[in-house]
Design a protein around this ligand. Structure first.
Ligand SMILES: Nc1nc2c(ncn2[C@@H]2O[C@H](COP(=O)(O)OP(=O)(O)OP(=O)(O)O)[C@@H](O)[C@H]2O)c(=O)[nH]1
Ligand SMILES: [Mg+2]
Length: 451
């Protein structure tokens, strides 16, 4: 038997927001206007091999009159569920109380009740009619207090709700509290025995799915880094002169492709977490105009001191780096040890961003090439931008609807929070990527940053 939940309550109390959050679905209509949900919408939610139904419903409109109708059609307690059944099948009621008929129908077909109230507004006796109607259905139920603006009235709500519901929980639709979500589902396994196994598997599947998302996000992040750090474009030409003339077009294509690639991976990350309508505004990857302006890269990557430390941790004193260090800062040379020579050159190396080259071909022609990016800071920039989006996805729920303007995150701090060994592995990996070298097990190296 597939578990089903009917989300009901007053209009405009966050029913659809809770449905969006629980179903991880950002396509459901939510708005500040009361009466947004006019019809029942059944969502068929699949998580791994598990499945359940979630009903988003309109709010109660005339609960007092509905309760009066029901009272007139049931003399004793054992007739109450039957009276509700008659109510939803009665054509006059369907005409007069369409919202109540719609929201009660899934319940009478076996769905459990999730009753939503707003914990920032005071409790009032006008809610009692709707809670009474729900009690008359005789179905398993739980009340959720959604503190829309504050928790000011949560306690009084708890007092009132426990009179009608066995289980009362506070659940904020806007804060992604994954464990709390699972706890709510788990609670239903206790009040609906026949759902016990299905719900236990569902909860496990939710967890497994989270794990999968984390692994796939690390995979996407690694792939993006490798592709962007090694990307280059080339074009054949007949003469050296022609090859030189190709430069502006090649450069434009190169930067355009890089930005496109990054955008595609950011979108793939959003889809991985089931966001399809989440618009982010992120400053363009600083390329092209800032080609030699290394300071521009600091905003998203590491600053000079951090990059120096990173290179020292990665032990980046390669032959080429040593040459650069000698050429660029021979004065410092006597004072610095081997590790720091590599470190200094990391900053010097940062002044080269993307190289343009013309190469003679064996057949007598020429080839213009643009890329790859040489900058030591570049992998940090790409990594940071990806992580900023990953964090935003985890901090919001599918109930949020506004666009997000991305601010630079502090990557250095994120790395410093990890243990020394993990830090070193990350710096080594990024150092290799900036030199277009392969890195073994890159997703595993980067995963701690996503946790
Ligand atoms: N800040 C905040 N706003 C919330 C929360 N839950 C809902 N809202 C806002 O409250 C308004 C109503 O939310 P909906 O989810 O559309 O409410 P509803 O109960 O489905 O409304 P109807 O379909 O009109 O009955 C929207 O503007 C939401 O953004 C919350 O937990 N915090
Ligand atoms: Mg709604």
């Amino acid at each position: 038997m597939i578990p089903a939940f009917d989300v009901v309550g007053h209009p405009n109390k966050g029913k659809s927001s809770i449905v969006s959050t629980v179903a991880q679905n950002d396509s459901i209509s939510i708005s500040a206007a009361s009466g947004t949900t006019q019809d029942v919408q059944r969502l068929d939610v699949a998580v791994g091999d598990s499945r359940y139904f979630l009903y988003d419903t309109p709010g109660f409109q005339r609960p007092t009159r509905v309760l009066a109708w029901l009272a007139a059609h049931a003399e004793t307690a054992e007739q109450r569920a039957e009276a509700v059944r008659r109510f939803i099948n009665d054509s006059d009621c369907q005409r007069e109380f369409p919202e109540e008929v719609k929201l009660l129908t899934p319940i009478m077909e076996g769905a459990a009740i999730l009753y939503i109230v707003d914990g920032s507004r005071p409790y009032g006796a006008d809610y009692e009619a709707e809670m009474e109607i729900l009690r008359w259905t005789g179905q398993a139920s739980m009340a959720l207090i959604n503190p829309i603006e504050s928790e000011a009235h949560v306690d009084e709500w708890k007092q009132a709700l426990t009179q009608y519901f066995k289980i009362v929980r506070v659940f904020n639709a806007m804060q992604a509290d994954f464990e709390k979500l699972l706890a709510i589902l788990e609670a239903f396994s206790h009040i609906r025995e026949e759902w016990c196994d299905a719900i236990n598997s569902l909860v496990q599947d939710y967890r497994r799915d989270r794990g999968r998302q984390g692994r796939e996000a690390a995979g996407l992040m690694s792939e993006l880094l490798i592709r962007l750090c090694s990307y280059q474009v080339s074009q054949k030409a007949l003469s050296q002169e022609q090859a030189k003339q190709l430069r502006p077009a090649l450069e434009a294509k190169y930067f355009n492709d890089m930005r496109g690639l990054e955008h595609d991976y950011h979108e793939a990350l959003k889809s991985l977490y089931y966001y399809h309508a989440f618009h982010t505004e992120i400053e363009e990857l600083p390329l092209q105009d800032n080609l030699f302006d290394t300071e521009q890269w600091v905003a998203w990557g590491l600053n000079r001191r951090q990059l120096t430390m990173a290179a020292a941790m990665a032990g980046a004193a390669t032959g080429a780096a040593l040459d650069l260090a000698v050429a660029g800062s021979s004065l410092m040379l006597g004072a610095l040890g081997g590790g720091l020579i590599g470190a200094t050159s990391a900053w010097l190396g940062a002044s080269q961003i993307a190289e343009f080259r013309i190469q003679g071909l064996p057949v007598g022609g020429f080839e213009s090439r643009q890329g790859p990016v040489q900058n030591r800071n570049f992998p940090y920039v790409v990594l940071n931008r990806f992580l900023v989006i990953a964090d935003a996805l985890k901090q919001r729920t599918h109930a949020h609807r506004e666009q997000l303007v991305m601010k630079e995150g502090d990557l250095a701090q994120k790395i410093e929070r990890l243990d020394k060994r993990q830090q070193q592995l990350i710096h080594r990996a990024l150092n290799r990527l900036s030199r277009q070298r392969s890195v073994e097990g890159l997703p595993a190296v980067l995963t701690p940053l996503l946790l």
